[in-house]
Design a protein around this ligand. Structure first.
Ligand code: SF4
Length: 431
């Protein structure tokens, strides 16, 4: 996950300590409109029509992991994304969990989830993202949220938003979710088509508004694909108009229906335009004195691309940006991020459902996560990772950390192959 706004904020601070910005924007809407006119028209003509998370609180407890993976000590427990239910009322073309509107057997019951939460808490986990399927379809979702809050956890809710209405918004607000992320994958017609349900866009937007009006922290989540890139400017305008403070762009990863539909992955040129658009929009809000959070996920080459963007527009601040990006360190699957699926299987992140590290009904999460014999975890935690191809020779491997390993594995059969989702050209991965 690449927190664009964190780096933009640092960049803006640095600019103001030196000189006025050459592209300072004073009117956010005007800046957004200008950005909206960027070359997305080109993607339209070629289109065949792919953790929101709060800052992760540092654990005050000191976890005592038994594992010391090669070159990496588990100094901090991960953020855990937990798919509590696989059932979903929608049927999205890029869904990594291939969810649909039916019951899936073998899901953890209330007592089992609470027992796992106890173990997570003892291990030092302080942030849970409750996801699905659609987590609001789980009848005990509020009780589970209450339990986690009582442990002192930060709780995010990742929802499609269509089930948030006047009847349950008070409950959602009262149970103290720290953040609600709602997905919009395009403007109305495209979103409804991608999500497989007419009226889904209107229902999701209504859910977003209800959360916002109850002062819940709410963000808009968007999975960029070749099909919906043309709607990105429009969604950023919706964000502005609806006064939503967060925007998360996920690149398409190759898992679930995202694997079957990988041809939808946005072309590299489209991805570059989208990322530049986010950088400029984020900077515009920052410089207008109205900062908003922008984050991207599932493509850690974003950090390197950002560095090149800074070099082009603010060359005097590139060295500081480079240092900050090295601190960030790129992809953190298997270390800073963990996933538990609806049946209790533990994965390095949500895209690894085809590979289980162990099951929490048979072995505590704390043991599974601390297992130094687990080969995939050991490789993911190695610095540098044992990546191959252009990732192995990339000058910025220490920033990106080899990007997303599932995309590499699903494309080549080799988990350490170069990530085909890298949209940087050969020159951009050299010193
Ligand atoms: S070549 Fe590999 S390591 Fe370098 S930026 Fe691209 S994906 Fe990341």
């Amino acid at each position: 996950m690449f927190r664009i706004s964190r780096f933009i904020s640092a960049l803006d601070s640095a600019i103001h300590t030196r000189a006025a910005s050459p592209v300072r924007a004073t009117n956010t809407s005007a800046a957004c409109a200008a950005v909206a006119n960027m070359a997305f028209a080109t993607s339209a003509s070629s289109s065949a029509d792919a953790s929101h998370q709060q800052p992760v609180p540092c654990s005050t407890a000191t976890p005592t992991p038994s594992a010391i993976a090669p070159a990496i000590r588990l100094a901090q427990a991960p953020v855990v994304i937990w798919n509590l239910i696989r059932r979903c009322n929608l049927h999205c073309s890029h869904c990594y969990s291939a969810s649909t509107d039916k019951d899936f057997p073998g899901e953890l019951n209330y007592e089992q989830v609470c027992a796992v939460m106890d173990d997570l808490h003892q291990f030092g986990v302080r942030a849970l993202i409750l996801s699905g399927g659609e987590p609001l379809l789980r009848p005990d979702i509020y009780e589970l949220a209450r339990y986690a809050k009582a442990l002192g956890m930060y709780i995010g809710l990742s929802s499609n938003g269509t089930l948030i209405d006047e009847q349950n918004i008070d409950q959602i607000a009262d149970f103290g979710f720290d953040y609600v992320g709602i997905s919009l994958d395009g403007l109305q017609a495209r979103h409804d088509r991608i999500r497989g349900q007419e009226g889904a866009y209107a229902a999701s937007l209504q859910g977003l508004r209800l959360c916002r009006d109850r002062q819940l922290k709410v963000g808009l989540r968007f999975t960029l694909t070749q099909e919906n890139a043309i709607d990105l400017p429009g969604l950023l305008a919706v964000m502005d108009k609806e006064q939503i403070d967060r925007f998360y762009l996920s690149h398409l990863n190759f898992a679930g229906r995202g694997l079957s539909n990988r041809a939808l992955a946005s072309h590299h040129a489209v991805t570059r335009l989208a990322m530049e658009q986010l950088f400029i929009t984020c900077m515009s809000y920052q410089q207008a004195g109205n900062p908003k959070e922008f984050t991207s996920g599932n493509n850690d080459a974003d950090g390197v691309f950002f560095l090149h963007w800074v070099r082009r527009h603010y060359p005097e601040h590139a060295a500081k940006t480079l240092a900050l990006l090295r601190q960030w360190g790129g992809n953190s699957s298997g270390l800073g991020v963990a996933n538990i699926d609806n049946r209790g299987n533990v994965h390095p992140d949500t895209m690894w459902w085809h590979y289980s590290l162990g099951n929490v009904l048979q072995r505590p999460f704390s043991e599974i996560w601390s297992d130094k014999q687990e080969p995939l975890l050991a490789g993911l935690r190695q610095r540098p990772r044992p990546v191959q191809g252009r990732c192995a020779t990339c000058f910025y491997l220490d920033i990106c950390n080899g990007n997303t390993r599932t995309r590499a594995e699903k494309s080549t059969g080799n988990v350490w192959a170069e990530d085909p989702g890298c949209y940087l050209n050969d020159q951009e991965i050299q010193a």
